[in-house]
Design a protein around this ligand. Structure first.
Ligand SMILES: [Zn+2]
Length: 481
């Protein structure tokens, strides 16, 4: 067993901090060992740092880096994010600890200080401070502990019952489920089996404790590497200089090197596995993620899932158990309705084009006659361009047997217009020169963005389309031809 240094002038190494010896301790009187002004880290340009844990974003305020003799504020490590916390100095002032990080073997507290000068005066080496987890800080920590202990239990069961090593795991931000990554997907039966094995051990209330000994780097093993080249789990960080080897033990279930904080027993763990795995395909390997929840996240998940189900049931005017059937029915009805709308649109497009054909025929026979027409439609459908196209196709088909020249502009606008509304514009004609002339004029006079080839041109007008302005400009363009 590694000894805890008792001299208040030196800092206790990460591995045997108060938060690691007694994870339920919320407050501790201790002394300042060192204090310095924090220099913001610069990230090399172009280099992406892989961040597994969620670190808080630090404000622009000055920050002090404070090393204490001991602390209840856990510095990030072992996949577990940093704690947040509070420090109370001898003058009675309370300061916010934004995060704690391990530097070598020491826990460094990042303390937010509005005024550096006065802060440096109270954080002098040797001065007494109280480190504390406030209500919100402890809730955050309790959530992290619950998820972390769950991960140890889950990984141990996957390994021993199904021979599935944990490739990695992620303690995501609250309230998302966390996950372990395993080398292959799992069947629902396998997940149920692991779930009931976990429940059995939780019911027994197995004890969780830690064993700490002096670190012997020779003896500490590197992580096992699979044939695919992926390593299983993580070894001791190479920059760790704390000098202790810490093993977290779940009685009779698991022994795992870990620096995290853990629940003292699994009796209240309520581990829940989401009953499917997500396959992750990478360039040369595939793996799968198994998501899990427990404690505060499980309650949050159940509450939000219940709210979601209740509001959906209410929208569908049915009881919760009928939601799935009712949704299938609505989707089916919707498909039929969509089909009917598109059938009717096609029929309507033909009807409109027949009207246009007779209009065109009325004026034909005169030399140099061109049938010119602008049709403006209000349409809230999902695909107004398709409808305009249907009109043009039907019209062109009819006109193929006649000699009459024509040029048509079709526009379609939704019923509610704002400055960002798009009006669909389509031009088609019997002669590509006519179409090009109209397209160019629409571009230059109405600022319509668009283009086309041969006998068709289409574009978009953004803004409010007014009959008295844009509508009349289109008519003028047609008149000028
Ligand atoms: Zn761990």
């Amino acid at each position: 067993m590694a000894a805890v240094p008792s001299s208040r002038n030196i800092s206790i190494p990460v591995g045997i901090l108060a938060c690691q010896r007694d994870p339920l301790l919320k407050e501790l009187e201790t002394t300042v060992v060192t204090c310095s002004i924090s220099q913001p880290e610069s990230t090399p340009v172009g280099k992406k740092t892989k961040k597994a844990v969620i670190a808080p974003t630090l404000p622009k305020d000055p920050i002090l880096e404070v090393i204490l003799h001991d602390t209840v504020i856990f510095p990030e490590g072992g996949g577990q994010p940093t704690d947040t916390g509070l420090l109370t100095t001898s003058d009675g002032k309370t300061w916010t600890v934004l995060q704690a990080k391990r530097h070598g073997g020491h826990a460094v507290h990042y303390v937010q200080v509005p005024d550096v000068e006065s802060a440096l005066k109270v954080f002098t080496p040797g001065s007494i401070v109280t480190a504390k987890l406030g209500q919100a800080d402890f809730e955050r920590r309790y959530d992290h502990m619950s998820m972390h202990t769950s991960q140890h239990l889950l990984s141990a069961l996957l390994e021993t019952r199904l021979n599935l090593p944990t490739l990695s795991w992620s303690l995501t931000s609250f309230p998302s489920p966390c996950y372990v990554e395993v080398p292959r997907g799992m069947s629902t039966e396998e997940i149920r089996f692991i779930q009931s094995e976990a429940n059995r051990l939780v019911f027994e209330g197995r004890r969780v404790h830690t064993e700490v000994e002096e670190l012997d780097r020779e003896k500490s093993k590197d992580p096992v590497v699979l044939e695919s080249g992926r390593s299983i789990g993580k070894g001791l960080p190479s920059d760790y200089t704390g000098g202790v080897n810490r093993v977290v033990v779940i009685d009779g279930v698991d022994r795992n090197p870990c620096c995290g904080t853990h629940l003292p027993s699994i009796h209240n763990l309520q581990l829940f596995l989401i009953p499917h795995t997500d396959t992750m395909a990478r360039s040369n390997t595939t793996s799968a993620r198994l998501y899990f929840l427990c404690g505060p996240r499980l309650i949050e998940y159940l509450s939000s899932t219940h709210d979601f189900l209740t509001s959906t049931a209410s929208n569908l005017s049915c009881g919760a158990p009928l939601v799935s059937d009712r949704v299938s029915q609505v989707v089916e009805e919707r498909k039929k309705a969509d089909k009917r709308v598109s059938d009717l649109e096609l029929e309507l497009a033909k009807y409109i084009s027949t009207g246009l054909v007779s209009e065109a025929a009325a004026g034909s026979g005169t030399d140099g006659y061109i049938f010119k027409k602008h049709i403006h439609r209000t349409d809230d459908g999902g695909n107004p361009l398709a409808f305009l196209s249907a009109i043009s196709v039907a019209f062109v088909e009819h006109m193929a047997t006649t000699e009459t020249s024509y040029l048509l502009v079709l526009t379609s606008v939704p019923s509610l217009q704002t400055s960002s509304t798009t009006t669909i514009v389509m031009v088609f004609g019997s002669d590509d020169k006519l179409v090009k002339f109209a397209g160019d004029a629409l571009k230059s006079q109405l600022g319509i963005k668009g283009g086309g080839k041969g006998l068709k041109w289409s574009g978009k007008f953004v803004g409010v389309w007014k009959a008295k302005k844009e509508g009349e400009l289109v008519d003028d363009i047609l008149k000028s031809i």
